[in-house]
Design a protein around this ligand. Structure first.
Ligand code: RNT
Ligand code: ZN
Length: 413
């Protein structure tokens, strides 16, 4: 009997069908962020990152051109099991001869067409899109959509509109909905005098952006945050602000697990949203003491988060995207290792006897609930994971392949 066959029998005894789990795993799409490979720099003119987020480390091999980034994404994606989408940011526009002439308020689909072609040729299921409201000279005093300056606000509103128009074309190109996430870094380093004004302006700015939303091809979410580097005292787009905004506008909230106070339990948040929204978008990352965007790992936080995603049989309601940018390790590994860690966590969630545990809980048998929690921890998930990989011609022995790519490609940059 193979190890998988044995594991299958062990899980069957506790009421879990591992074949079904593997089949389910293959259906869960993950939107892979394009920005791990170049430290969130993009190709539309910026040479450094700003807006309260930061990439740290200087591991050699950063992708400097679209060709390099595409080659790296292709390599990374080839080592990731499962269904993948590609998550693009507007700053990855391929402007060609228009570079320096066309700004973000004038971007159109054509600047992203090579990305769409790339995604189609490399087996991505679709492409998602993000307007880029950071690392740009038109941010004024750290503000974009909430700026008191009319011209500044107008520029960024137009950027938001162009982004939704581009997303509609992307949705049409793939025949599925392009998911757009709005995140802005707007905030203040020191104590604001006016907490309301910026929020009213942000509300009105997004309202105006949404007037061009094509609901047939695009889905939109807003991503809140608690603070950023250099904007510690006030964040315009806070959790409360966006939760109310999304609910009243019929769009979605995006929960980035790095965007809360370190003691908050992000896994506890999804069920509150499930009670009110059709969809929940998530950015999965690892925050170490702050929103540090370390590569995701198979740790308790990720396990708890992913269990909440799968345990109610509502995984289809989740729009899962990755979001980290570690420049201190091989960037291809950061992509692959992080995505695999999320998938392992999702698999663990699917291999847990939630039904039995919920039944025990409803009967008030908390002893059994805790017994089952502990028993499940040592069951042979590794063998199911390996089978999942094997079914896609992959294995957990992927370090050498990444090292070879580093020696032959990354180290020559
Ligand atoms: C920043 C947000 C946001 C960005 C990306 C690049 O704190 O998490 O999602 O990471 O848009
Ligand atoms: Zn995020």
């Amino acid at each position: 009997m193979s190890r998988y066959q044995e594991a299958k029998a062990i899980y069957a005894k506790v009421g879990i069908d591992t074949d079904q789990v593997i089949a389910k795993m293959k259906e869960i799409p993950i939107s892979i962020h394009c920005w791990q490979g170049d430290d969130v720099i993009g190709f539309d003119g910026s040479d450094s990152l700003s807006g309260g987020i930061q990439t740290t480390g200087n591991y050699p091999g950063r992708a400097r051109t679209p060709e390099e980034l595409m080659a790296d994404i292709k390599k990374a994606a080839s080592l990731m099991p499962g269904k993948k989408r590609l998550n693009l940011h507007a700053c990855y526009a391929l402007l060609g001869e228009d570079k320096g002439k066309v700004d973000r308020d004038q971007y159109t689909y054509k600047y992203f067409e090579p990305w769409i072609k790339f995604a189609k040729e490399n087996g991505f299921d679709g492409v998602d899109f993000n307007p880029t409201f950071f690392a740009h000279p038109k941010m004024k005093d750290g503000l974009s959509l909430s700026s008191p300056d009319e011209a500044t606000r107008r520029f960024w509103i137009e950027h938001g509109k162009r982004s939704l128009e581009i997303a509609a074309e992307i949705g049409k190109a793939f025949g599925n909905k392009c998911f757009v996430n709005i995140w802005i870094p707007d905030g203040m380093k020191d104590i604001p005098a006016d907490r309301l004004g910026p929020r009213l302006r942000l509300r009105d700015s997004i309202d105006e952006i949404l007037t061009v939303l094509d609901k047939e091809h695009v889905q939109v979410a807003v991503e809140s945050k608690v603070f950023g580097i250099g904007v510690e005292s006030y964040t315009v787009g806070s959790g409360d602000f966006y939760m109310n905004y999304a609910a009243t506008r019929g769009i979605f909230c995006l929960i980035d697990n790095g965007h809360y106070h370190p003691t908050e339990n992000v896994a506890d948040k999804y069920s509150s949203l499930l009670a009110f929204y059709d969809n929940i978008a998530v950015h999965l990352t690892r925050s170490v003491r702050w929103d540090s965007d370390h590569m995701a790992i198979f740790d308790d936080t990720m396990k708890d988060i992913c269990a909440e995603i799968v345990k109610y049989g509502m995984v289809d309601k989740f729009i899962i995207a990755t979001d980290w940018f570690d420049a201190s390790i091989n960037r291809i590994f950061a992509w692959v290792g992080g995505v695999r860690a999320i998938q392992k966590s999702l698999m663990l969630g699917l291999l847990t006897p939630w039904k039995e545990m919920i039944e025990a809980e409803e009967k008030g048998d908390f002893t059994k609930r805790l017994y089952l929690t502990e028993r499940n921890k040592m069951l042979p998930i590794e063998d199911v994971w390996e089978e999942y990989l094997r079914s896609q011609n992959l294995s957990e022995e992927f370090y050498d392949e990444i090292k070879e790519y580093e020696d032959k490609v990354l180290s020559l940059r």
